[in-house]
Ligand binder design. Structure first.
Ligand SMILES: [Zn+2]
Ligand SMILES: [Zn+2]
Length: 155
């Protein structure tokens, strides 16, 4: 039986899961076999776009496919879950774009975010990744915790 609360739970669950998914892909693939593409994000950008943006486009297309498929398919648990997952991915993608690309890499006029202590901490943790290129943290929103966890493990 479908209950409306499942919709919100899946939405939220997928949005949170995406942080771990991004951490996993970034560490294993972007800094592994797909460094050719991700390298463009670790070098000074020429113009507004970078080759690395293709990963965001891919995820946006995937989210759109989930939403469109879910809306067109027969109403059932699976089709509702597809729409909720698509919205979860989109929420994460938007937040990632605003915070990571917009705020940290200054591609959007959102400097005011620096007023929030948590945003400054996010930026500091992410700068550690850029400073050392192939090192943690690979996640964004939990970057600081990921960094601390790996430092403690090394001790
Ligand atoms: Zn990277
Ligand atoms: Zn970055």
């Amino acid at each position: 039986m479908w209950s409306e609360s499942y919709f919100w739970l899946i939405w939220l669950g997928v949005a949170i899961f995406m942080e771990f998914w991004a951490m996993f892909l970034h560490g294993l693939l972007w800094h592994g076999p797909w460094w050719v593409t991700h390298k463009s994000h670790h070098e000074p950008r020429q113009g507004y776009l970078e080759f690395n943006d293709i990963f965001s486009v891919f995820h946006a297309l995937l989210a759109m496919t989930l939403i469109i498929y879910g809306c067109e398919a027969q109403p059932c648990f699976f089709s509702y879950a597809c729409v909720a997952s698509g919205f979860g991915m989109t929420s994460f993608g938007l937040a990632y774009f605003v915070v990571h690309d917009g705020f940290i890499h200054e591609r959007l006029p959102v400097k005011f975010l620096a007023r929030f202590a948590y945003m400054r901490r996010l930026r500091n943790a992410h700068k550690v990744h850029h400073f050392r290129d192939h090192e943690h943290p690979f996640g964004l929103f939990l970057g600081e915790y990921e960094l601390r966890w790996h430092r403690n493990r090394r001790k």
